[in-house]
Design a protein around this ligand. Sequence first.
Ligand code: GLN
Length: 445
Amino acid sequence: MTDYNGYIATDTIEGAEDGPLAGKTVAVKDNISTKDVQTTAGSAMLEGYVPPYDATVVERLKDAGATIPGKTNMDEFGMGTTTETSAYGAVENPVAEGRVPGGSSGGSAAVVAAGDADLALGSDTGGSIRCPAAFCGVVGIKPTYGLVSRYGLIAYANSLEQIGPIAPSVEDAAELLAVIAGPDERDGTTRDARDNGTDYEFAAAADGDVDGLSIGVPTELLDGADEAVVETFWDAIDELESQGASYHEVALPSVEHAVEAYYVIAMSEASSNLARFDGVRYGTSGSEATGGSGDERSESAGVSGGEGNWNESFAQAREEGFGEEVKRRVLLGTYALSAGYHDKYYKKAQDARAWVKQDFDEALSEADVLASPTMPVPPMKRGESLSDPLTMYLADANTTPVNLANLPAISVPAGETDDGLPVGLQLVGPAFGEQTIIRAGSALA
Ligand code: GLN
């Protein structure tokens, strides 16, 4: 294990002899199932869990000749922005001492930034590929919803998340995306890019040609951002302008509600997805679990307070197996979905989501891509945000709207602050417009 704690485990998985990724190492986030190799999603709940099958993306990596050098550390179940909620210890930022690497795919970004893997896979529910890419000074792509199969991904919030690449350059990220993209009969939400007027020639799109590119800058995503970040952002826009792009301001009034809507939807879906981790169906059972044989189950189901009842053993398994942030979200998500509150929170959040989608459609009818800082702040100091979850949630202001709208986005290094901290530029494109954001991003990295 590396000293910045980027890997949870370093079991090597060899792929086919030839293929587009032959000779390359691709680290895989630990919420993506690998046959016969432990997959924990950063949770003590799944310590020792060995999936009997590969996720579709892992199958595709192997077919493409990649070697998987290990499973990367992450916030527990993908819930976090700093990779400090992992049950396997926090990850340090290998390029910014004393700072977090971003999250939740912090391990994936860190091992690429440190050169301990050529490439990596992350997953992005509300920024978890783009945030760590930005904080570690590398490239990350959150694909259009449905471009990449989620089969074998340990679900956090199904309607929002996508697996995507993290790489040192846009071209490398595009190459990896081409390998994992495309429909999968085992994931009914996947779509064929060819039915959407495009194809999978992502690497060829990384030609750096931004002549005539029209960039929309949503002012709402600059308001409230850190000054040094905004300065670095404008430097990157100036650079694109000097290469022939132009920019104008656009409005996304709904994004003011995006973080709230995102957290209601993500926590609601999480509370439902995580119900299966009860120590019986999935997950380790609590140390003094009292559940036992099927007979006991029928005798004691629903009985509270007695010895040997299932409620108690489920509760104990969940009490011991889940960390604090996961518990917080399961509780809040369950509350938001409960009778009497469903309309007040969940339905409202869905309305906000529709509004966000509409705003993006409108803004993208006047521009080829939308640009903003990926994160409104530079990498936080380690330990800073753990005691203040709300501040941590607000750091997702620029990334979560994109997941609500199901759109593709890339984070490329925009430069550094005067203190030498990496800043990411986020470029958002229309649905299945991966090639447009790849082309634009490749002018910078
Ligand atoms: N930081 C966000 C959250 O905690 C995003 C996580 C993610 O994309 N998996 O939910």
